[in-house]
Design a protein around this ligand. Structure first.
Ligand SMILES: *[C@@H]1O[C@H](CO)[C@@H](O)[C@H](O)[C@H]1NC(C)=O
Ligand SMILES: *[C@@H]1O[C@H](CO)[C@@H](O)[C@H](O)[C@H]1NC(C)=O
Ligand SMILES: *[C@@H]1O[C@H](CO)[C@@H](O)[C@H](O)[C@H]1NC(C)=O
Ligand SMILES: *[C@@H]1O[C@H](CO)[C@@H](O)[C@H](O)[C@H]1NC(C)=O
Ligand SMILES: *[C@@H]1O[C@H](CO)[C@@H](O)[C@H](O)[C@H]1NC(C)=O
Ligand SMILES: *[C@@H]1O[C@H](CO)[C@@H](O)[C@H](O)[C@H]1NC(C)=O
Ligand SMILES: *[C@@H]1O[C@H](CO)[C@@H](O)[C@H](O)[C@H]1NC(C)=O
Ligand SMILES: *[C@@H]1O[C@H](CO)[C@@H](O)[C@H](O)[C@H]1NC(C)=O
Ligand SMILES: *[C@@H]1O[C@H](CO)[C@@H](O)[C@H](O)[C@H]1NC(C)=O
Ligand SMILES: *[C@@H]1O[C@H](CO)[C@@H](O)[C@H](O)[C@H]1NC(C)=O
Ligand SMILES: *[C@@H]1O[C@H](CO)[C@@H](O)[C@H](O)[C@H]1NC(C)=O
Ligand SMILES: *[C@@H]1O[C@H](CO)[C@@H](O)[C@H](O)[C@H]1NC(C)=O
Length: 787
């Protein structure tokens, strides 16, 4: 035997013998084994050793014990059930000769619930499904904070199903903080977790774990942070992985922060609590207090994207406008601030006494105006809404003149000026339409309950409704990877885009569950999902309609000389007049598009869960609003595709030219960094106005045929970024005004296009790079060309 191997096996032997061997292992506990004292190193194990039970002293509770069932195979011995109380080292678990199981607390009282059907020969056992059983009593009937697969959640009507600290699952449906403070509802009463990873609810609804299908050990736990998660055990590492969680935005969990505090995301999966401006840490823990006592002259500080709970300390008002809302608060001496929602619904909330459950979320359209003494010098540092709208969604569009060198300049000027005039006119008209809609808004929302996604999820449309809305699917506006897109109009005159999905497997309930998740992704730069249709074989998604079409039409349109998909087009090709030319996007708009898309993807990666990857970022999936505000589409759809197709899909998803090397190099895992790579390609295309695959095709002979590598040379070696810039708007490039923006876009692109996924920055970092809030160092040179 190899000596090293011998030493290794010896070490293994010692390790494997060490910890568990110190404990006596029972497969059942009977009267003959009584009493069982906490100090005894004894555990009760299930037949196949997956679960174990015994006394456990939680850290920080010295001298106190719980009797618990834990997962023996998990690294941290996760507790899945426990019996607490005042269990001390003189307590004892015992089965009497009459078959009564008892566990006495420090005062001698029996803590164990009485078990029916037990006799003097009954034994306490742990089954392989994790249940602790004595007679016909089972721990499964009284869960603590966890439900295991195969365990029916006891439906205590309106009672508490699970409990963890101050959080409870009530009636197998609602999560509440501090007894009654409700922050999340399941769509229906939760029945059980199946062994293949579905959370079954009443009426056939299901919630689906990300790894559904595999039979692994799973648990559904109400965590101490108030979130509700399904975990799967990775058998090889003994670690748990989150495969579903109820609340995506952790800050919306009540009780996360204290009185007057504002909760903010702190990286992925963590939160922090900060004081609003004008407030400071209070001597009482977890709360903030006003720095300067409120006196009669006061002013308001605006906090964008900050909402507070509409609890008992608030009044809901429907004023005419923001000023009206402000004066209701200003005229009430006890009002400490007001919130106003910029969604056209004129919702206005006045707050009294204290602010509760405050959080900042870029997905909300709410601003809160904090009343402070007029001598207060703190400035609001929650100013993102205006800056978001300013930088990402310009209200005014300025279009550059087309290239001078072209023979068709004059004609183009005419066309573009006309278009510009039309755009302006259309803008005015749509503004009028908006105003009209605005006043009717509340009625519409009432009758349809649509605009505002209720907790219950997106609206369900019937096939007939969508058939009527799209005029029998006659107006095709796009062909995406997931199906054909039709334009339509709802009876309330809202224009919609209906995506008719193909190759979607699974039942209606599964589809519904996935659609609900997509509908919850809510960001200024994501196309909004309004509803869906699932009837027999039909699967459709109903989105808001984005009028200006996709980015590729602007970057690679005939007016820029390169047509999509037909690179051989000559500038004077007569057929190109069939496609209306589009205005050229100027550098500011391009930068804002890049930033908006980066923010949307960062939101998908970091504010939602890790596995919400887009997987198909390309100019076709970036839609433009009337004011060229970008909206990313087709997100979340990879979750909808057939399970069967998924294995192969995972290799062919995405579009050639935008695929990260790891898509093609087998055995490399696909992570969020694959999206970062695709975004890098898009950034390069936004700057150059050339499709990267086109670039490669036209420069194959030259040494510089891989666009990222070529661009790297231009940026860092030759320092000639003007060679990369879209020649169609070169005339409007002003080195002083635009160098900064363009340079940042190019250098960020170089980081995104790194060969190795771990070298690429996260999307959150990419956003910061584009914003210019972090320094961009020199990256490595991209070299791997994939396809
Ligand atoms: C039980 O706990 C008490 C106080 O915590 C301690 O004095 C005593 O020695 C402990 N007994 C045993 C058997 O550990
Ligand atoms: C618990 O019961 C055991 C006998 O089963 C007894 O020896 C012990 O003193 C009791 N402990 C307390 C705290 O009552
Ligand atoms: C257990 O109970 C049965 C009757 O229910 C009795 O016949 C038997 O003797 C008891 N055994 C012991 C050990 O007490
Ligand atoms: C133990 O038994 C449970 C329930 O039958 C099963 O799900 C699990 O895979 C088993 N574990 C092992 C290691 O055999
Ligand atoms: C699930 O429960 C049934 C009885 O309710 C039992 O027969 C079966 O073995 C359990 N399955 C697992 C995996 O524990
Ligand atoms: C889970 O609930 C479903 C639906 O009520 C039921 O058919 C199934 O038997 C339940 N499974 C367990 C293990 O209770
Ligand atoms: C909650 O349960 C209690 C007792 O079970 C019952 O009296 C009460 O009416 C229930 N409340 C609701 C809202 O169902
Ligand atoms: C919990 O509720 C009670 C009243 O029901 C209240 O006094 C207490 O402040 C609440 N605790 C928190 C942390 O909100
Ligand atoms: C949960 O449901 C209850 C009753 O249906 C409702 O009053 C409450 O607003 C819901 N909570 C949330 C967070 O949607
Ligand atoms: C997030 O944090 C919770 C509680 O700290 C932890 O249980 C969970 O595993 C984390 N989730 C992920 C996806 O890392
Ligand atoms: C805003 O300023 C306050 C006080 O200056 C500070 O405590 C808080 O962390 C800041 N918040 C943010 C989001 O920067
Ligand atoms: C406020 O208190 C929190 C913890 O309670 C602490 O982390 C933070 O540093 C304090 N901030 C200030 C400005 O004192």
């Amino acid at each position: 035997m190899d000596p090293l191997l011998a030493v290794f096996s010896l070490v293994l032997l010692v390790i494997s013998n060490h910890s568990p061997a110190t404990a006596e292992r029972l497969s059942s506990f009977s009267a003959a084994d009584s009493p069982w004292l906490p100090a005894q190193h004894r555990i009760l194990v299930s037949q196949n050793q997956t679960f174990a039970a015994g006394f456990h002293s939680p850290p920080s509770t010295s001298g106190r014990f719980i009797f618990a069932v834990w997962v023996q195979k998990s690294m941290d011995r996760t507790i899945v059930w426990s019996l607490g109380g005042d269990i001390v080292n003189s307590s004892a678990l015992a089965i009497s000769s009459l078959g009564v199981l008892s566990l006495n607390d420090s005062s001698g009282r029996n803590l164990w619930p009485t078990a029916g059907g037990a006799s003097n020969s009954s034994q306490l056992v742990v089954h392989d499904d994790g249940s602790l059983v004595f007679g016909n009593w089972s721990s499964f009937a009284s869960p603590t904070d966890t439900i295991l697969a195969n365990q029916t959640a006891p439906l205590n009507g309106n009672g508490t199903t699970l409990r963890s600290g101050n959080y409870q699952l009530v009636g197998a449906k609602s999560l509440v903080f501090n007894g009654t403070d409700n922050y999340w509802n399941a769509t229906d009463i939760i029945l059980n977790l199946t062994s293949d990873g579905q959370l079954v609810m009443e009426n056939g609804n299901v919630l689906i774990a990300a790894d559904k299908g595999n039979t692994v050990l799973r648990r559904l736990t109400l965590d101490p942070d108030g979130n509700f998660r399904i975990y799967s055990l990775d058998a090889s590492s003994g670690r748990w992985q989150v495969v579903w969680q109820a609340v995506l935005e952790l800050c919306t969990i009540h009780g996360t922060c204290g009185t007057n505090e504002i909760c903010m995301p702190d990286g992925f999966n963590a939160t922090k609590c900060v004081c609003p401006p004008g407030y400071q840490n209070s001597t009482r823990s977890n709360s903030c207090e006003r720095k300067i006592k409120l006196s009669s002259p006061s002013k308001f500080l605006r906090l964008d994207f900050v909402s507070f709970d509409k609890g008992s300390n608030t009044a809901d008002l429907t004023p005419l406008n923001l000023d009206d809302c402000r004066s209701t608060c200003a005229n009430d001496a006890s009002c400490i601030g007001f919130s106003y929602k910029f969604d056209g619904q004129q919702s206005c909330i006045n707050h009294f006494n204290r602010f509760a459950n405050g959080y900042w979320s870029p997905g909300s359209e709410m601003s809160t105006f904090l009343r402070v003494a007029s001598s207060e010098t703190d400035q609001s540092n929650f100013t993102m809404m205006t800056s978001l709208i300013d930088t990402v969604c310009p209200v005014q569009i300025s279009l550059p003149f087309p290239p001078k060198e072209s023979k068709t300049t004059l004609r183009n000027v005419a066309i573009i000026s006309t278009l510009f005039a039309l755009e302006l006119l259309a803008g005015v008209l749509s503004f009028w339409a908006f105003l009209r809609r605005y006043s009717k808004y509340r009625d519409i929302a009432h009758t349809l309950g649509l605009e505002y996604m209720p907790g219950g999820g997106p609206k369900r449309f019937s096939y007939a409704e969508l058939k009527a809305a799209t005029n029998d699917f006659s107006n095709v506006v796009g062909h995406g990877g997931y199906g054909v897109v039709y334009k339509g109009e709802l009876p309330d005159r809202r224009v919609i885009a209906v995506k008719r999905l193909k190759n979607i497997g699974g039942g209606e309930a599964e589809f519904w569950a996935e659609v609900t998740i997509i509908a919850r992704m809510h960001h200024l730069n994501l196309v909004r999902l309004w509803g869906f249709c699932a009837e027999k074989e039909q699967r459709m998604l109903v989105y808001e309609y984005i009028p200006n079409g996709s980015l590729d039409k602007y970057l690679f349109s005939p007016s820029t000389g390169v047509d999509e998909g037909s690179g051989e087009d000559k500038i004077d090709d007569p057929t190109r007049e069939l496609v209306p030319p589009r205005p050229l996007l100027d550098w500011n708009i391009r930068y804002r598009i890049a930033l908006g898309v980066a923010r949307a993807i960062a939101y998908l990666h970091e504010d939602c869960l890790e596995w919400v990857l887009h997987c198909d970022i390309k100019p076709e999936n970036i839609l433009l609003e009337e004011d060229f505000c970008p909206k990313v589409s087709d997100f979340g759809l990879s979750k909808l595709t057939n399970k069967k197709d998924k294995v192969t899909m995972s290799r062919i998803r995405g579009t050639r030219g935008y695929l990260a090397p790891e898509w093609v190099i087998q055995r490399e895992p696909i992570t969020a960094k694959a999206d970062v790579y695709s975004f890098g390609v898009v950034l390069l295309e936004i700057v150059s106005g050339v499709r990267s695959s086109e670039f490669q095709r036209s420069s194959l002979e030259s040494e510089d045929w891989y666009m990222p590598k070529w661009a790297f040379e231009k940026v860092y070696v030759e320092q000639r970024i003007e060679d990369i810039l879209d020649r169609h708007i070169m005339d409007s490039y002003d080195n002083r005004a635009h160098f900064e923006l363009v340079d940042r876009m190019l250098k960020t692109a170089m980081w995104c296009l790194q060969d190795r996924a771990d070298m690429r920055p996260s999307m959150g970092k990419v956003t910061k790079m584009l914003e210019g809030t972090v320094e961009i160092t020199e990256p490595g040179k991209p070299t791997i060309f994939t396809c």
